[in-house]
Design a protein around this ligand. Structure first.
Ligand code: PMP
Ligand code: GLU
Length: 393
């Protein structure tokens, strides 16, 4: 008999981390693999940020615990950041910092969900949301969206999914995996629907500064006072500042929820790693020009790789506006190659031409695969060349 809990037995692996680990293990064994799995900038953390971390180690301030919900100076940096980029004034008791946006999301679900409370998640969705909701004993309610509507959920679809148990709507714009962005009118309509129905909005804004070709990110939290009251914003330094390994994320919202999330952190992680907090302060408050350089590099890669990918036989892909993923529909490609299941199709690509992608299955999208373009252009071009060869074989 297994000793494992039902909770863990019912959980899925994170398909992104699993695919990333598989690709790295194959590379380590000497295989020639083009790894397009993880959403992780290929840039090193900017030197000014590294320096502040080293300084905090040397002067001893990194040696100690901090308050579980983060250093007061980190909260002040987040406060300023919210003012600068959202024009959103918040008090420091409306801010909690934790070990990556991923754990912040989990502590949010643990904070607000009672058993069977429903969290509405438009699909395609980032892989960890549904399992985190289940870990917190809630029920993920997945609403499929249409590629013809740029994978965006409509108020009519939300209304059809609503029940007495609906407690949270999860909104991730720009989206992982589709890269789509909701515009102001769409967000106003969705925000008003949430206010009218007293449904909390969890706005995962982690890709908010990674937008391309003139696209604009509108934070739903800033659209009206009522919507602001109803919204918890989740963000972090991983993607914007090339700091995935440092593990700093944060949430901003109503003091009652924020304080309760802090209680969860106090009983689980304690504070996020102190040295990483000092690095995050510098990231959020220091010079931002290096961020723009990275954004421009992603934009250039997108503009070059998108038409090449769209030309791969059987791959149908919309041009994303933000984040750093391409999410082609491969249903025609699967028919052409005789596959019925997208995970099998993804594995065949890995085995036959050595290109590591992530199956759409973990994103609630069984006809799609995900490529991350947070890697250098030569690798990307070689990846697409091999995908073309695979389809033509
Ligand atoms: N939200 C989304 C949509 C993501 O893609 C990620 C990727 N890691 C996260 C949250 C979590 O980010 P982190 O834990 O690295 O801050
Ligand atoms: N969020 C990134 C991705 O989707 C990193 C891996 C993860 O945390 O899932 O690839």
């Amino acid at each position: 008999m297994t000793r494992l809990s039902d909770r863990v037995l019912n959980m899925s692996e994170s398909v992104t981390l699993e695919a990333g680990a598989r690709a790295k293990a194959l590379q380590a064994s000497g295989k020639d693999i083009i790894n397009l799995t993880l959403g992780e900038p290929d840039f090193k953390t900017p030197p000014s940020i590294q320096d502040k971390a080293i300084e905090a180690i040397r002067n001893g301030s990194a040696s100690f615990y901090t308050p579980a919900s983060g250093l007061p100076t980190l909260k002040e940096a987040i406060q300023d950041y919210m003012k600068r980029y959202y024009d959103y004034s918040v008090a420091t008791n409306q801010i909690v910092a934790g070990t990556g946006a991923k754990f912040i999301l989990y502590s949010f679900f643990m904070t607000v969900l009672n058993p069977f409370d429903e969290v509405v998640i438009p699909a395609p969705y980032w892989v960890s949301y549904a399992d985190q909701v289940k870990m917190a004993q809630g029920s993920p309610i997945i609403i499929p969206t249409k590629q013809s509507n740029h994978f965006k959920v409509t108020v009519a679809e939300l209304e059809a999914a609503k029940t007495e148990k609906t407690k949270v709507l999860l909104l991730n714009s720009p989206s992982n995996p589709t890269g789509m962005i909701y515009d102001k009118e769409e967000l106003l309509a969705i925000g008003q629907w949430a206010v009218d129905n007293n449904i909390l909005i969890l706005a995962d804004d982690i890709y908010g500064r990674l937008v391309y070709n003139g696209a604009k990110f509108t934070p739903i939290s800033t659209l009206s006072d009522e919507i602001k009251q109803q919204t918890i914003v989740v963000n972090g330094v991983s993607k914007t500042y090339a700091m995935t390994g440092w593990r700093i994320g944060f949430a901003v919202g109503q003091p009652e929820i924020i304080a309760a999330m802090g209680k969860i952190l106090g009983q689980t992680t304690s504070n996020p790693t102190t040295v990483a907090q000092y690095a995050a302060i510098e990231a959020l408050s220091g010079p931002q020009d290096v961020i723009e350089e990275m954004r421009q590099a992603f934009e250039e890669r997108l503009n070059i790789i998108y038409p090449l990918l769209a030309a791969v036989p059987g791959f149908e892909v919309d041009k994303p506006q933000g984040a750093f993923y391409l999410f082609p529909n491969v249903s025609k490609a699967m028919v052409m190659k005789g596959y019925q299941n997208v995970t099998d199709f993804t594995m065949a690509i890995l085995e036959e031409v050595g290109v590591a992608l992530v199956t759409g299955e973990g994103f609630g999208a069984p006809e799609n695969v995900r490529l991350s373009y947070a890697t250098d252009l030569e690798t990307l071009k070689e990846g697409v060349r091999r995908l073309t060869a695979f389809m033509k074989k």
